[in-house]
Unconditional design. Structure first.
Ligand SMILES: O=C(O)/C=C/C(=O)CC(=O)CC(=O)O
Ligand SMILES: [Ca+2]
Ligand SMILES: [Mg+2]
Length: 390
Protein backbone atom coordinates (compact mmCIF):
# COMPACT_ATOMS: atom_id res chain seq x y z
CA UNK A 1 0.00 0.00 0.00
CA UNK A 2 1.14 3.60 -0.61
CA UNK A 3 0.23 6.98 0.78
CA UNK A 4 0.79 9.80 -1.74
CA UNK A 5 3.01 12.50 -0.25
CA UNK A 6 1.52 15.96 -0.83
CA UNK A 7 4.14 18.67 -0.21
CA UNK A 8 2.96 21.89 1.45
CA UNK A 9 1.99 24.40 -1.21
CA UNK A 10 1.41 21.75 -3.88
CA UNK A 11 -0.80 23.09 -6.68
CA UNK A 12 -2.35 19.62 -6.93
CA UNK A 13 -3.45 18.82 -3.37
CA UNK A 14 -6.82 17.55 -2.21
CA UNK A 15 -8.51 20.88 -3.04
CA UNK A 16 -7.83 20.44 -6.73
CA UNK A 17 -8.05 16.83 -7.99
CA UNK A 18 -8.18 17.41 -11.75
CA UNK A 19 -9.23 14.54 -14.00
CA UNK A 20 -7.38 13.27 -17.03
CA UNK A 21 -6.87 10.23 -19.22
CA UNK A 22 -3.54 8.48 -18.81
CA UNK A 23 -1.87 5.30 -19.97
CA UNK A 24 0.57 3.64 -17.63
CA UNK A 25 3.72 2.30 -19.26
CA UNK A 26 2.49 -0.41 -21.64
CA UNK A 27 -1.14 -0.08 -20.48
CA UNK A 28 -4.43 1.08 -21.95
CA UNK A 29 -5.66 4.67 -21.50
CA UNK A 30 -8.07 5.15 -18.59
CA UNK A 31 -9.34 7.90 -16.29
CA UNK A 32 -7.07 9.17 -13.54
CA UNK A 33 -6.92 11.98 -11.07
CA UNK A 34 -3.79 14.01 -10.40
CA UNK A 35 -2.55 14.25 -6.81
CA UNK A 36 0.76 16.10 -6.33
CA UNK A 37 3.14 14.36 -8.78
CA UNK A 38 1.14 11.14 -8.97
CA UNK A 39 -1.78 9.88 -10.99
CA UNK A 40 -4.41 7.74 -9.28
CA UNK A 41 -6.12 5.08 -11.37
CA UNK A 42 -9.77 5.69 -10.54
CA UNK A 43 -11.13 2.38 -11.81
CA UNK A 44 -8.65 0.60 -9.52
CA UNK A 45 -9.59 2.71 -6.49
CA UNK A 46 -13.32 3.24 -6.90
CA UNK A 47 -14.12 -0.01 -8.69
CA UNK A 48 -16.41 1.69 -11.23
CA UNK A 49 -15.98 0.66 -14.84
CA UNK A 50 -16.90 4.11 -16.03
CA UNK A 51 -13.27 5.02 -15.26
CA UNK A 52 -11.69 2.25 -17.33
CA UNK A 53 -12.66 4.06 -20.54
CA UNK A 54 -10.26 6.19 -22.58
CA UNK A 55 -12.28 9.40 -22.03
CA UNK A 56 -14.12 11.25 -19.30
CA UNK A 57 -17.37 11.38 -21.27
CA UNK A 58 -19.19 8.42 -19.67
CA UNK A 59 -18.40 9.74 -16.20
CA UNK A 60 -19.38 13.32 -17.09
CA UNK A 61 -22.67 12.04 -18.48
CA UNK A 62 -23.59 10.67 -15.03
CA UNK A 63 -24.32 14.22 -13.90
CA UNK A 64 -23.64 16.72 -11.18
CA UNK A 65 -24.74 14.68 -8.16
CA UNK A 66 -22.39 11.89 -9.15
CA UNK A 67 -19.52 14.38 -9.71
CA UNK A 68 -19.96 15.59 -6.13
CA UNK A 69 -20.10 12.04 -4.79
CA UNK A 70 -17.02 10.85 -6.68
CA UNK A 71 -15.03 13.87 -5.55
CA UNK A 72 -15.84 13.00 -1.92
CA UNK A 73 -14.85 9.37 -2.49
CA UNK A 74 -11.57 10.44 -4.04
CA UNK A 75 -10.75 12.75 -1.11
CA UNK A 76 -11.42 9.88 1.31
CA UNK A 77 -9.45 7.36 -0.69
CA UNK A 78 -6.43 9.56 -1.29
CA UNK A 79 -6.22 10.66 2.36
CA UNK A 80 -5.55 7.00 3.17
CA UNK A 81 -3.29 4.24 1.85
CA UNK A 82 -3.93 3.18 -1.74
CA UNK A 83 -3.11 -0.14 -3.40
CA UNK A 84 0.36 0.08 -5.02
CA UNK A 85 -0.89 -0.68 -8.52
CA UNK A 86 -3.36 2.22 -8.39
CA UNK A 87 -0.74 4.95 -8.10
CA UNK A 88 1.59 5.97 -10.92
CA UNK A 89 4.33 8.58 -10.95
CA UNK A 90 3.25 11.36 -13.30
CA UNK A 91 6.51 11.18 -15.25
CA UNK A 92 5.94 7.50 -16.12
CA UNK A 93 2.53 7.86 -17.79
CA UNK A 94 1.35 9.13 -21.16
CA UNK A 95 -1.40 11.76 -21.01
CA UNK A 96 -4.13 11.64 -23.65
CA UNK A 97 -6.93 13.93 -24.76
CA UNK A 98 -9.05 13.90 -21.58
CA UNK A 99 -12.48 13.83 -23.23
CA UNK A 100 -13.99 13.13 -26.59
CA UNK A 101 -14.77 16.54 -28.02
CA UNK A 102 -18.39 16.66 -29.19
CA UNK A 103 -18.78 20.16 -30.62
CA UNK A 104 -16.31 23.00 -30.33
CA UNK A 105 -17.31 26.65 -30.05
CA UNK A 106 -14.96 29.56 -29.63
CA UNK A 107 -16.08 32.89 -28.17
CA UNK A 108 -14.51 36.33 -28.22
CA UNK A 109 -15.26 37.40 -24.64
CA UNK A 110 -12.35 39.71 -23.79
CA UNK A 111 -13.12 43.37 -24.41
CA UNK A 112 -9.40 44.18 -24.44
CA UNK A 113 -8.68 41.50 -27.04
CA UNK A 114 -11.72 42.31 -29.18
CA UNK A 115 -10.85 46.02 -29.22
CA UNK A 116 -7.23 45.32 -30.11
CA UNK A 117 -8.14 42.92 -32.93
CA UNK A 118 -10.74 45.36 -34.20
CA UNK A 119 -8.06 48.05 -34.41
CA UNK A 120 -5.66 45.67 -36.16
CA UNK A 121 -8.08 44.02 -38.62
CA UNK A 122 -10.42 46.99 -39.21
CA UNK A 123 -8.37 50.16 -38.61
CA UNK A 124 -10.98 52.39 -40.25
CA UNK A 125 -13.95 51.20 -38.16
CA UNK A 126 -14.98 51.33 -34.50
CA UNK A 127 -12.87 48.72 -32.65
CA UNK A 128 -15.94 46.93 -31.23
CA UNK A 129 -18.77 45.93 -33.55
CA UNK A 130 -22.23 47.25 -32.51
CA UNK A 131 -23.31 43.76 -31.37
CA UNK A 132 -20.31 43.09 -29.13
CA UNK A 133 -21.75 44.37 -25.83
CA UNK A 134 -25.14 42.79 -26.48
CA UNK A 135 -24.13 39.19 -27.04
CA UNK A 136 -21.07 36.98 -26.57
CA UNK A 137 -19.80 36.76 -30.16
CA UNK A 138 -18.60 33.29 -31.17
CA UNK A 139 -18.24 30.79 -34.00
CA UNK A 140 -18.38 27.03 -34.41
CA UNK A 141 -14.95 25.46 -34.69
CA UNK A 142 -13.69 22.05 -35.72
CA UNK A 143 -14.00 19.48 -32.92
CA UNK A 144 -11.97 16.85 -34.79
CA UNK A 145 -8.80 18.95 -34.75
CA UNK A 146 -8.74 19.52 -30.99
CA UNK A 147 -5.51 17.83 -29.92
CA UNK A 148 -3.87 17.08 -26.58
CA UNK A 149 -1.05 19.16 -25.20
CA UNK A 150 2.30 18.12 -26.65
CA UNK A 151 0.98 17.38 -30.16
CA UNK A 152 3.27 18.91 -32.80
CA UNK A 153 1.58 21.69 -34.77
CA UNK A 154 2.33 21.45 -38.49
CA UNK A 155 2.47 24.94 -39.95
CA UNK A 156 -0.72 25.25 -41.99
CA UNK A 157 -0.71 26.21 -45.64
CA UNK A 158 -3.44 28.11 -47.37
CA UNK A 159 -4.43 31.19 -49.31
CA UNK A 160 -2.76 34.37 -48.16
CA UNK A 161 -3.15 37.86 -49.51
CA UNK A 162 -1.56 40.82 -47.80
CA UNK A 163 -3.35 44.17 -48.34
CA UNK A 164 -0.55 45.31 -50.69
CA UNK A 165 -0.65 42.14 -52.83
CA UNK A 166 -2.77 42.13 -56.00
CA UNK A 167 -3.80 38.48 -55.82
CA UNK A 168 -3.72 35.64 -53.32
CA UNK A 169 -0.99 33.01 -53.32
CA UNK A 170 -0.96 29.53 -51.82
CA UNK A 171 1.75 28.57 -49.36
CA UNK A 172 2.77 28.12 -45.75
CA UNK A 173 1.29 30.53 -43.23
CA UNK A 174 3.57 33.54 -42.65
CA UNK A 175 1.76 34.88 -39.59
CA UNK A 176 1.29 31.88 -37.31
CA UNK A 177 -0.03 32.89 -33.91
CA UNK A 178 -1.42 31.58 -30.64
CA UNK A 179 -4.53 32.41 -28.65
CA UNK A 180 -4.37 31.79 -24.90
CA UNK A 181 -7.86 30.77 -23.85
CA UNK A 182 -9.84 28.99 -21.17
CA UNK A 183 -12.15 26.17 -22.26
CA UNK A 184 -15.30 24.88 -20.57
CA UNK A 185 -16.33 21.24 -20.88
CA UNK A 186 -20.05 20.40 -20.93
CA UNK A 187 -20.79 17.47 -18.62
CA UNK A 188 -24.49 16.97 -19.18
CA UNK A 189 -26.10 18.05 -22.39
CA UNK A 190 -29.46 19.62 -23.16
CA UNK A 191 -32.02 18.51 -25.77
CA UNK A 192 -32.86 20.28 -28.99
CA UNK A 193 -35.37 23.07 -28.42
CA UNK A 194 -34.54 23.59 -24.73
CA UNK A 195 -32.14 26.47 -24.08
CA UNK A 196 -29.89 26.20 -21.02
CA UNK A 197 -30.78 28.91 -18.51
CA UNK A 198 -28.01 31.31 -17.55
CA UNK A 199 -28.21 30.16 -13.91
CA UNK A 200 -27.89 26.45 -14.80
CA UNK A 201 -24.25 26.61 -15.79
CA UNK A 202 -22.66 25.01 -12.69
CA UNK A 203 -25.12 22.12 -12.88
CA UNK A 204 -24.14 21.25 -16.45
CA UNK A 205 -20.54 22.22 -16.92
CA UNK A 206 -18.04 19.71 -15.61
CA UNK A 207 -14.77 21.57 -15.69
CA UNK A 208 -12.13 23.78 -17.19
CA UNK A 209 -9.13 23.25 -19.48
CA UNK A 210 -6.52 25.57 -20.96
CA UNK A 211 -6.73 26.07 -24.71
CA UNK A 212 -4.32 27.29 -27.36
CA UNK A 213 -6.37 28.20 -30.43
CA UNK A 214 -3.51 28.30 -32.95
CA UNK A 215 -4.34 30.91 -35.59
CA UNK A 216 -3.00 31.56 -39.09
CA UNK A 217 -3.48 35.34 -39.19
CA UNK A 218 -2.71 35.82 -42.89
CA UNK A 219 -5.13 33.04 -43.90
CA UNK A 220 -7.72 34.42 -41.48
CA UNK A 221 -7.47 38.03 -42.67
CA UNK A 222 -8.15 37.02 -46.28
CA UNK A 223 -10.84 34.38 -45.75
CA UNK A 224 -12.99 35.60 -42.86
CA UNK A 225 -15.40 38.02 -44.51
CA UNK A 226 -18.36 37.62 -44.24
CA UNK A 227 -18.72 34.19 -42.56
CA UNK A 228 -15.99 34.35 -39.93
CA UNK A 229 -12.99 32.18 -39.08
CA UNK A 230 -12.58 29.01 -41.12
CA UNK A 231 -9.27 27.43 -42.20
CA UNK A 232 -7.21 30.03 -40.37
CA UNK A 233 -8.18 28.39 -37.08
CA UNK A 234 -9.33 24.84 -37.86
CA UNK A 235 -5.92 23.20 -38.37
CA UNK A 236 -5.27 22.55 -34.65
CA UNK A 237 -6.51 23.61 -31.24
CA UNK A 238 -4.52 22.30 -28.27
CA UNK A 239 -6.00 21.56 -24.84
CA UNK A 240 -4.35 20.85 -21.48
CA UNK A 241 -4.44 17.28 -20.17
CA UNK A 242 -6.12 18.00 -16.81
CA UNK A 243 -9.78 19.00 -16.54
CA UNK A 244 -10.11 20.98 -13.32
CA UNK A 245 -13.63 20.36 -12.02
CA UNK A 246 -15.77 23.45 -11.44
CA UNK A 247 -16.29 22.02 -7.95
CA UNK A 248 -12.62 22.85 -7.23
CA UNK A 249 -12.96 26.44 -8.44
CA UNK A 250 -15.52 27.85 -6.02
CA UNK A 251 -12.93 30.02 -4.26
CA UNK A 252 -11.82 31.32 -7.66
CA UNK A 253 -15.19 32.84 -8.55
CA UNK A 254 -15.15 36.62 -9.00
CA UNK A 255 -17.84 39.02 -10.24
CA UNK A 256 -17.59 39.83 -13.95
CA UNK A 257 -16.81 43.45 -14.90
CA UNK A 258 -19.86 45.72 -14.97
CA UNK A 259 -21.88 45.13 -18.14
CA UNK A 260 -23.19 48.28 -19.73
CA UNK A 261 -25.62 48.21 -21.47
CA UNK A 262 -27.43 45.64 -19.35
CA UNK A 263 -27.76 42.48 -21.45
CA UNK A 264 -31.13 40.99 -22.45
CA UNK A 265 -32.94 38.97 -19.75
CA UNK A 266 -31.73 35.54 -20.96
CA UNK A 267 -28.15 36.71 -20.33
CA UNK A 268 -28.80 38.19 -16.87
CA UNK A 269 -27.33 36.03 -14.12
CA UNK A 270 -28.46 36.31 -10.52
CA UNK A 271 -24.79 36.62 -9.51
CA UNK A 272 -22.67 37.02 -12.61
CA UNK A 273 -19.32 35.39 -12.00
CA UNK A 274 -16.12 34.73 -13.83
CA UNK A 275 -12.93 33.08 -12.63
CA UNK A 276 -9.81 34.59 -11.12
CA UNK A 277 -7.36 32.58 -13.21
CA UNK A 278 -3.81 33.84 -13.78
CA UNK A 279 -2.52 32.64 -17.14
CA UNK A 280 1.14 32.62 -18.12
CA UNK A 281 2.32 32.44 -21.74
CA UNK A 282 5.85 31.18 -22.40
CA UNK A 283 7.50 31.47 -25.79
CA UNK A 284 10.50 29.13 -26.05
CA UNK A 285 10.57 28.97 -22.26
CA UNK A 286 10.45 32.73 -21.74
CA UNK A 287 7.44 34.39 -20.12
CA UNK A 288 6.06 36.95 -22.58
CA UNK A 289 2.58 37.56 -21.17
CA UNK A 290 0.37 37.08 -18.09
CA UNK A 291 -3.28 37.29 -19.18
CA UNK A 292 -5.80 37.70 -16.32
CA UNK A 293 -9.01 35.73 -16.84
CA UNK A 294 -10.90 37.85 -14.26
CA UNK A 295 -10.96 40.71 -16.83
CA UNK A 296 -13.23 38.78 -19.23
CA UNK A 297 -16.38 40.75 -20.08
CA UNK A 298 -18.74 37.84 -20.78
CA UNK A 299 -19.13 35.10 -18.18
CA UNK A 300 -18.95 31.39 -19.05
CA UNK A 301 -22.61 31.00 -18.00
CA UNK A 302 -23.61 33.69 -20.49
CA UNK A 303 -21.65 31.87 -23.18
CA UNK A 304 -23.54 28.60 -22.59
CA UNK A 305 -26.92 30.36 -22.36
CA UNK A 306 -26.22 32.22 -25.60
CA UNK A 307 -24.95 29.11 -27.38
CA UNK A 308 -28.26 27.33 -26.76
CA UNK A 309 -30.75 30.25 -26.75
CA UNK A 310 -31.88 29.40 -30.29
CA UNK A 311 -32.76 25.88 -29.17
CA UNK A 312 -29.49 24.27 -30.26
CA UNK A 313 -28.80 21.18 -28.19
CA UNK A 314 -25.63 20.66 -26.22
CA UNK A 315 -23.83 17.39 -25.60
CA UNK A 316 -21.50 15.74 -23.14
CA UNK A 317 -18.01 16.65 -24.28
CA UNK A 318 -18.91 19.95 -25.93
CA UNK A 319 -16.02 22.33 -25.55
CA UNK A 320 -16.60 26.04 -25.57
CA UNK A 321 -13.64 28.33 -25.21
CA UNK A 322 -13.62 31.89 -23.93
CA UNK A 323 -11.68 33.43 -26.76
CA UNK A 324 -8.29 34.99 -26.25
CA UNK A 325 -7.72 36.18 -22.72
CA UNK A 326 -6.16 39.66 -22.76
CA UNK A 327 -5.91 42.23 -19.99
CA UNK A 328 -5.56 46.00 -20.29
CA UNK A 329 -1.75 46.00 -20.13
CA UNK A 330 0.54 45.19 -23.01
CA UNK A 331 2.19 42.29 -21.16
CA UNK A 332 -1.26 40.80 -20.51
CA UNK A 333 -2.12 40.14 -24.16
CA UNK A 334 -2.94 36.53 -25.03
CA UNK A 335 -2.10 36.57 -28.75
CA UNK A 336 1.16 37.54 -30.47
CA UNK A 337 -0.65 39.64 -33.09
CA UNK A 338 -1.68 41.91 -30.21
CA UNK A 339 1.54 41.62 -28.24
CA UNK A 340 3.59 42.71 -31.28
CA UNK A 341 0.88 45.00 -32.65
CA UNK A 342 0.45 43.23 -35.96
CA UNK A 343 4.16 42.42 -36.16
CA UNK A 344 5.22 46.09 -35.98
CA UNK A 345 6.53 45.96 -32.40
CA UNK A 346 8.64 42.82 -32.00
CA UNK A 347 9.21 41.32 -28.57
CA UNK A 348 12.57 39.94 -27.53
CA UNK A 349 12.61 36.16 -27.22
CA UNK A 350 15.93 34.43 -26.54
CA UNK A 351 17.73 37.68 -27.37
CA UNK A 352 16.10 37.99 -30.83
CA UNK A 353 13.32 40.33 -31.97
CA UNK A 354 10.28 38.12 -32.72
CA UNK A 355 6.80 38.73 -34.13
CA UNK A 356 5.00 35.56 -35.30
CA UNK A 357 5.92 31.90 -34.74
CA UNK A 358 8.88 30.26 -36.46
CA UNK A 359 9.31 26.52 -37.08
CA UNK A 360 10.71 24.88 -33.97
CA UNK A 361 9.15 27.42 -31.57
CA UNK A 362 7.38 26.07 -28.50
CA UNK A 363 4.52 27.83 -26.74
CA UNK A 364 3.29 26.81 -23.29
CA UNK A 365 0.25 28.28 -21.55
CA UNK A 366 -0.22 27.50 -17.87
CA UNK A 367 -2.50 28.88 -15.16
CA UNK A 368 -3.17 28.94 -11.46
CA UNK A 369 -6.24 29.89 -9.42
CA UNK A 370 -7.04 30.69 -5.81
CA UNK A 371 -8.20 27.69 -3.80
CA UNK A 372 -9.82 27.44 -0.38
CA UNK A 373 -8.04 29.09 2.55
CA UNK A 374 -5.39 30.93 0.58
CA UNK A 375 -4.13 27.84 -1.29
CA UNK A 376 -3.29 27.95 -5.02
CA UNK A 377 -4.54 25.44 -7.53
CA UNK A 378 -2.80 24.49 -10.77
CA UNK A 379 -4.63 24.10 -14.07
CA UNK A 380 -1.66 22.35 -15.64
CA UNK A 381 -0.35 23.54 -18.98
CA UNK A 382 -0.97 23.26 -22.68
CA UNK A 383 2.11 23.13 -24.85
CA UNK A 384 2.88 22.71 -28.53
CA UNK A 385 5.82 23.00 -30.90
CA UNK A 386 5.60 24.34 -34.42
CA UNK A 387 6.69 21.86 -37.11
CA UNK A 388 7.56 22.86 -40.69
CA UNK A 389 4.78 23.00 -43.29
CA UNK A 390 4.35 19.80 -45.32
O1 LIG B 1 -11.97 40.44 -34.93
C1 LIG B 1 -11.58 39.63 -35.77
O2 LIG B 1 -11.75 39.78 -36.96
C2 LIG B 1 -10.87 38.41 -35.37
C3 LIG B 1 -10.91 37.90 -34.13
C4 LIG B 1 -10.16 36.73 -33.72
O3 LIG B 1 -9.32 36.17 -34.40
C5 LIG B 1 -10.38 36.24 -32.35
C6 LIG B 1 -10.99 34.90 -32.20
O4 LIG B 1 -10.86 33.92 -32.91
C7 LIG B 1 -11.75 34.72 -30.97
C8 LIG B 1 -10.87 34.83 -29.80
O5 LIG B 1 -10.05 33.91 -29.59
O6 LIG B 1 -10.97 35.81 -29.06
CA1 LIG C 1 -9.87 31.92 -30.57
MG1 LIG D 1 -8.95 26.18 -33.67
Amino acid sequence: MTRIPIPDGSLYGLDNLPYGVFAPDGGEPRVGVRVADSVVDLAAVLGDDVFSRPSLNAFMEQGHERWVEVREHIIDAVSDDLPDGAVHALDTVTLHLPFEVADYVDFYASEHHASNLGRLFRPDAEPLMPNWKHLPVGYHGRAGTVVPSGTGIVRPSGQRKAPDEAAPTYGPCRRLDIEAEVGFVVGTGSPLGAPVGVDDFAERVFGVVLVNDWSARDVQAWEYVPLGPFLGKSFATSVSPWVVPLLALEAARVPTPLQDPEPLPYLREKNPWGLDLDLVVEWNGQVVSRPPYREMYWSPAQMLAHMTVNGASSRTGDLFASGTVSGPEKDQRGAFIELTWGGKEPVEVGGEPRTFLEDGDTVTISATAPGPGGARLGLGAVTGRVLPAR
